[in-house]
Design a protein around this ligand. Structure first.
Ligand code: AMP
Length: 235
């Protein structure tokens, strides 16, 4: 359960803020090495389905670089290192809280498409109070050279500093292999769809969409899930 949502007293005409104990928000993950195409596929999926795309990399790059948090984040990302787990999950949780409070995400109806989180085994546990991971799309890339070439090319287009430096790219790939790849072992194989990320962007998108449609149809066949709003109670 997720304990950071409050209904303000003026709304309830009550003096005490009421805390909601909220059901976890369903989520599907888009998973893969840096440069595997997560962001591209994520944006296309969000544009064509009701999934709400949330990329921690995009959230972090949106934090003012001159702010204290911005400086802290850049001190890790510029070296190709992961931001510490607690800070990552805190920022992620607050971001989702903001989306809910501004009605951009409806926790009773929406499913999140998470891109870039969880990235460590510790994050798998830490995000569990916020999201319920229902399915995972893994973008597989056979050859590391493809990744390096893609990131160097993206650096020219998007100007991301962590894409421009080959030593930083190598670090990110090392972190992916040593920490992030282990995340998959924490989930049941039955919820994982593997997509060939070496294909063209259109093929990768279509294959992911097809896997998502299959997942939706399979979920619809399951015995009627308890309505999410019924799982909620005002505490
Ligand atoms: P991305 O755009 O997903 O490649 O993320 C860019 C950078 O943001 C990463 O290299 C990390 O420094 C940081 N970052 C993004 N997501 C996470 C996460 N879940 N945990 C730790 N650091 C992250």
């Amino acid at each position: 359960t997720f304990h950071i949502f409050y209904i303000y007293p003026q709304i309830l005409n009550n003096t005490q803020p009421k805390r909601l104990t909220m059901a976890k928000i369903p989520a599907v993950l888009i998973f893969g090495a840096p440069g595997s195409g997560k962001g591209t596929v994520g944006a296309k999926l969000a544009a064509t389905t009701s999934l709400k795309h949330i990329s921690t990399g995009v959230i972090f790059r949106g934090i003012a670089p001159s702010s204290e948090s911005g400086k802290l984040l850049a001190s890790y990302s510029s070296k190709g290192l992961l931001v510490p787990d607690e800070a990552t999950v805190e920022i992620f949780g607050r971001f989702i809280e903001g989306l809910i409070n501004t009605n951009k995400v409806n926790p009773d109806k929406d499913t999140l498409l998470l891109d870039g989180i969880p990235r460590t085994v510790a994050q798998v546990k830490l995000i569990e109070s916020v999201v319920d991971v229902k399915h995972i799309f893994v973008l597989d890339i056979k050859d590391e050279k493809t990744i390096v070439a893609r990131l160097l090319n993206r650096a020219k287009i998007e100007g991301r500093k962590d894409d421009a430096d080959e030593a930083v790219i190598k670090n990110r790939l090392k972190v992916y292999k040593e920490s992030t790849a282990k995340v998959l072992g924490k989930y049941s194989k039955s919820i994982i769809s593997r997509i060939n990320g070496d294909n063209t962007p259109d093929e990768v998108f279509c294959d992911t969409l097809a896997a998502y449609v299959k997942f939706c149809k399979a979920s619809a066949k399951k015995p009627a899930a308890k309505k999410r709003s019924e799982e909620r109670r005002v505490g």
